[in-house]
Design a protein around this ligand. Sequence first.
Ligand code: C5P
Length: 300
Amino acid sequence: MPKTQYNRTVYVDLPAKVNLFLHVCGRREDGYHLLESLVTFTEFGDRLSVRSADEFIFSAHGPFAKDLPSNPDSNLVLKAARTLKEEAAADTGAQIMLEKNIPVSAGIGGGSADAAGTLRSLAELWRLKVDIQGLVQMARAIGSDVPVCVHSIPAIIEGAGEKVTPQDPLPACGVVLVNAGDPVSTGSVFFARKGTYTRSFPWPEITSFDQLVFELALRRNDLSESSVKLSPLISDVLTTLSETRDCAYFQMSGSGGTCFGLYPSQQLAVEAARSISQSNPNWWCISTKFRTSCPGLRIE
Ligand code: C5P
């Protein structure tokens, strides 16, 4: 019997992640930093489809496909596929197609989202008996942000990303994401970071947009100083966001360089994104909103 016995295609959306705040609370003996971060996911993101094949065949298209690493060992989709195959002792491969809409090395979890979606969709394609906790376990070995991307719901992450505590959906608001085009290496940003550690303090239940903004203003992104040193354009992006009409909060996500602005309505976010794009035509800028649930798998 051929190994490609299941003639199915599994499709999944891969939301971009936004770190609404990110505190560096300490450092482990292996050098990894201990974090506390509120992570949310957007309607905007990459898209992935997988179908049966004897070997792994990977292809990518979309605006940022050209920026993916050419070395297959650095490709997080293939890393996830191989990890799952090994862990599940699967004896087949897959044709994996990625629509790369999220900028690469941009602090909004593109690679992690792709890896998480690969785990979820291949587990379905291969009809593996592995639950979400099993996938999260495998996700840890692929990258710090991959476990929370398997959940793709608002969550506080702690440790080096391995502790994920789900949160209620955030109040509806408009979101703008802006990136000036400099790729930023996460490892270099952590390496360049100086200063003390932030003491962890609890994130409350959020019931309104105003309260969300109030609580975020008490927190920060502890990586922004070192990211701005490595990529000074990030500070121009933050200033530009701050000057848009009705921007209630702005900050850098993850290790940068993407920054986000929050607006009381979707319409205000659309207008802000339009004005930023007009005055900075070379920047990547979109308006979106936060997802309230994890995207489901579609099977054909
Ligand atoms: O896990 P990920 O591949 O995203 O991390 C890239 C690099 O960032 C790591 O090799 C490490 O140097 C640094 N890092 C860290 N602490 C974290 C996450 C990442 O020091 N919690």
